[in-house]
Design a binder for this molecule. Structure first.
Ligand SMILES: Cc1cc2nc3c(=O)[nH]c(=O)nc-3n(C[C@H](O)[C@H](O)[C@H](O)COP(=O)(O)O)c2cc1C
Length: 327
């Protein structure tokens, strides 16, 4: 049976899910002891995390741990408040269990976000939930990265730099900009690990070049992958023939997430693991919707995995399924 929230429009369903999570109206799941692992000096109670974009304001942190996640990547947060793109901006493709989102990084800015983090830390000192903060500056302003790193560092366990959001028109993702952004973040992150989240690619040489440059700039690890933009729709393969991209002003918009990302995630994790050796932390995200999918990405070399779209369709029972499969 599918998640009953799927009967509601996507953003309404999301708000209700966050409310339920924030106020504990959710199933409590015990995480099997054997899931515990240490990665980049942090103790994870499960290698399964909630990926960025689901709790943009860090508003429901406690609930994610209760459901069974070992970590959550809160955000993506920006310095200033943003409206994001006009609605509608999330489209479900129920048959494929996929989503196209064109959110455009909406949010209230860093101030309420940091207050939420602070409150969570003060009230949950014995929590075993690892918290990452996903940061971005849609205009690529280096001082934004410095500010976000400085403000969030006291309350986060690690940072992820979202250099791959396909939904921000003026986003410059040239390698030089990314390496400068990593350096700016690392400088103010108070020794918290800074990971880089990349967009999907099957271009091995370009991927290796990015990994090398980002590592040199101070990235401690990597997260693969963000959603597939319409410009890269060929990555989704032949199964994509009946797929309708949403349009705005006649243009295809948004980023695809869902099962057809799994092969790309596996490719990127495998390629990175082979190139970087065993010690660099890698997180796999994209297309994981079952215990078997999760195992596949771990087998490809990921230390940790994240989900979002699968959670939209299956809810907390997917968390349980993956934890049990990995235990
Ligand atoms: C509605 C929606 C909003 C998202 N927002 C963000 C975001 O703010 N920052 C980010 O790094 N990724 C964001 N993502 C991408 C996810 O974190 C993830 O990388 C992607 O959806 C692939 O994983 P999945 O197939 O499990 O969903 C978003 C995805 C969705 C569906």
């Amino acid at each position: 049976m599918l998640n009953p929230l799927l009967l509601l429009p996507p953003e309404t369903a999301h708000k209700i899910a966050l409310f339920a999570c924030k106020y504990g109206l959710i199933p409590h799941a015990k995480k099997p002891e054997t899931l515990k692992k240490e990665v980049f000096g942090l103790q994870f109670s499960s290698p399964l995390g909630l990926s960025a974009g689901a709790d943009k304001e860090a508003a429901a942190l406690k609930g994610w741990g209760t459901i069974g996640f070992g970590f959550v990547e809160a955000g993506t947060v920006t310095v200033s408040p943003r409206n994001g793109n006009p609605q509608p901006r999330i489209w479900r493709q129920k048959k494929q269990k996929s989503v196209v989102n064109w959110m455009g990084l909406p949010g209230k800015g860093y101030h309420p976000f940091v207050n939420n983090l602070k409150r969570y830390r003060n009230n949950n000192q014995n929590s075993d939930l690892v918290i990452g903060v996903s940061i971005a500056s849609p205009e690529g302003v280096l001082s934004d990265f410095e500010k976000l790193a400085r403000e969030c560092a006291p309350y986060t366990d690690y940072f992820t730099l979202n250099a791959s959001c396909p939904n921000v028109a003026d986003h410059k993702d040239a390698l030089k900009n990314i390496t400068d952004q990593i350096k700016a973040t690392v400088k103010h992150a108070n020794n918290k690990a800074v990971l880089l989240k990349l967009g999907p690619t099957e271009d091995k040489d370009a991927l290796l070049q990015t990994l090398d440059q980002a590592t040199k700039a101070g990235a401690a690890g990597f997260v693969f992958t963000n959603t597939v933009p319409p410009t890269a729709k060929n990555l989704l393969g032949n199964n994509n023939q009946n797929f309708q991209w949403p349009k705005h002003d006649g243009e295809d918009v948004g980023g695809y997430s869902g099962p057809q990302l799994l092969d790309i995630t596996e490719f990127m994790v495998k390629t990175a693991r082979k190139h970087l050796g065993d010690d660099v932390p890698l997180m796999g995200v994209g297309g994981i919707q079952s215990g078997a999918d999760a195992q596949r990405i771990i087998d490809a070399g990921a230390d940790l995995i994240q989900i979002y779209t699968g959670f939209i369709y299956k809810g907390p029972k997917l968390v349980k399924e993956i934890n049990n499969a990995l235990a």
